[in-house]
Ligand binder design. Structure first.
Ligand code: FAD
Ligand code: NAI
Length: 462
């Protein structure tokens, strides 16, 4: 039995960041993780492996489509799935080992096993009971189940199975045009699968700026992805090698089917709290199964905090990390804070999509007067040189004060460019502040400046 200031249950980006910050702030800290490796969903079966496969498949696409245009001749590479998976696993192992190293460096105790809150200030892992003044629930999320669909992780897979397919399926059906469906759908389309995405709503990536959703879907269609929109999947029947997906077209209430070699179910994720003992100790939950917290990430039970995917808010690694730092600071008696108005979202397809702040639809609904500054990447010299002229930057600014309210991008390095806007928004900047900042030439960032200029007297290269 050991006594701690803080025990964090869950070693994902929320939990491990919280643990490291707690230790840095002088608290005796332990982190309990059951999956046998640190890094959570993100490093093991989420952000990192999906980005590795996106990188590999994008490289293949570049070789197939752009190399000869630049005078780089020769046979384009073929796909060896075994080797690609080895590369992906190497990336995972390197990253998870890195977190273990950071734990040692910061003197965080890594307790391996599944933790249960067995009483006030008490966490049981196997036969061991540990005590702590504070307990942080950072147990993350798991894929949501879809009624009528049984996942076997071979023919009917979640993202976890899709990240480890032994071969490229001839026909892949993706259920859900959200972030997972489109990122992994892109991977397999580039590797040669015939990909059909079946989506309940009439637009992809619900919640994003409408103009981006339309342009993004058009771009994916050009890359060969097929879409069945407004279709509610009813059931999936599978054999050992094939599946049949039955869906209802909402506009005319007719049923249709589609065949696949592999079906990816990507219809959202739900909080994971199995085996934690929360009901026994009386921790309040929301009606969506999340751990209920107040503005300081405290649950209704004194000394128990929660953060990341297991509480409300976007299920994003960087949101979990920010909460991890803020919870550590709160426990250490500091003023932990997360600005939920400035949390970027990125989709790592090609072109990339990124957004922060309000969408046009939200501003209209709020009745707020706004102006739009837009710039197409076709007017950006660097993008044109790199065959990356597809997409645009759109900045939304207050009509009278010019304060930046949101930004939506589709194009090269969108996931990096968005941070210029995040910093600007944190400082309450106006579009003119960005427009008057010198941007190096030739860079993609110039497109952001041009969009800011377009909020005022006009872009130069439009
Ligand atoms: P998790 O990462 O889920 O970690 C929770 C950990 O707690 C797990 O390791 C689990 O084993 C452990 N645990 C649970 N219960 C117990 C227990 N009782 N005892 C001990 N350990 C326990 N987000 C992004 O921001 N960018 C991306 O590019 C991105 N890509 C993604 C791609 C995919 C395919 C998926 C599935 C998700 C992706 N996400 C991405 C989402 C991101 O992975 C999550 O938002 C993030 O991991 C949440 O962090 P967390 O610490 O709250 O939970
Ligand atoms: P999602 O919530 O993004 O999308 C799910 C989609 O499935 C929605 O469009 C929904 O309308 C559709 N759907 C639901 N039921 C359906 C049905 N019966 N038939 C057809 N369509 C149906 O969920 P997703 O893609 O599973 O991602 C889960 C979480 O993981 C997200 O919250 C996301 O934030 C996170 N994530 C983040 C990434 C990133 O930041 N790049 C990458 C991957 C995941």
């Amino acid at each position: 039995m050991s006594n701690y200031d803080v025990i964090i249950i869950g070693g994902g980006p929320g939990g491990y960041v919280c643990a490291i910050r707690c230790a840095q702030l002088g608290l005796k800290t332990a982190c309990v993780e059951g999956r046998g490796a640190l890094g959570g969903t993100c490093l093991n079966v989420g952000c990192i492996p999906s980005k590795a496969l996106l990188h590999a498949s994008h490289s293949l696409h570049e070789a197939q489509t752009n190399f000869t245009k630049m005078g780089l001749m020769g046979k384009s590479p073929s796909v060896d799935m075994g080797k690609m998976m080895d590369y992906k696993q190497g990336v995972i192992d390197g990253n998870t080992a890195g977190i273990e190293f950071l734990f040692k460096k910061n003197k965080v105790d890594y307790i391996q096993g599944w933790g249960k809150i067995s009483g006030k200030g008490e966490v049981t892992v196997g036969d061991d009971v540990h005590t702590a003044k504070n307990i942080v629930i950072a147990t993350g999320s798991e894929p949501s189940a879809l009624p009528g669909v049984t996942v076997d992780e071979r023919v009917v897979v979640t993202s976890t199975g899709a990240l480890s397919l032994p071969k490229v399926p001839k026909k892949l059906v993706v259920i859900g045009a959200g972030v997972i469906g489109l990122e992994l759908g892109s991977v397999y389309a580039r590797l040669g699968s015939e990909v059909t995405v079946v989506e309940f709503l009439d637009q992809v990536t619900p919640g994003m700026d409408g103009e981006i959703c339309k342009t993004f879907q058009r771009s994916l269609k050009k890359q060969g992805l097929k879409f069945v929109m407004g279709a509610a999947v009813q059931k999936v029947t599978a054999t050992k090698t094939k599946a049949k997906i039955t869906y209802l077209l909402r506009k005319n209430d007719t049923e249709a089917t589609i065949d696949a070699d592999v079906v990816l179910v990507a219809t959202g994720r739900k909080p994971y709290t199995d085996g934690l003992g929360l009901a026994e100790i009386g921790v309040e939950m929301t009606d969506r199964g999340q751990v209920q917290t107040n503005a300081h990430w405290q649950t209704n039970v004194e000394g128990i905090y929660a953060l990341g995917d297991v509480i409300t808010g976007p299920m994003l690694a960087h949101k979990a990390e920010d909460e991890g730092m803020a919870v550590a600071e709160t426990i250490a008696g500091q003023a932990g804070h997360v600005n939920y108005d400035v949390i970027p979202g990125v989709i790592y397809t090609t072109p990339e999509v990124a957004s922060v702040g309000k969408t046009e639809e939200q501003l209209k609904e709020e009745g707020r007067a706004y102006k739009v500054g837009k710039f197409n990447f076709m007017g950006n010299g660097r993008a044109k040189a790199n065959f990356a002229g597809e997409g645009f930057v759109k900045i939304l600014a207050d009509a009278s004060t010019d304060r930046i309210l949101g930004c939506h991008l589709m194009g090269p390095a969108a996931g990096e460019l968005i941070h210029e806007i995040c910093v600007a928004m944190e400082f309450g900047a106006s579009a003119e502040d960005i427009a008057r900042t010198c941007h190096a030439h030739p860079t993609y960032s110039e497109a952001v400046r041009e969009a800011a200029l377009a909020c005022g007297d006009g872009a130069i290269h439009a």
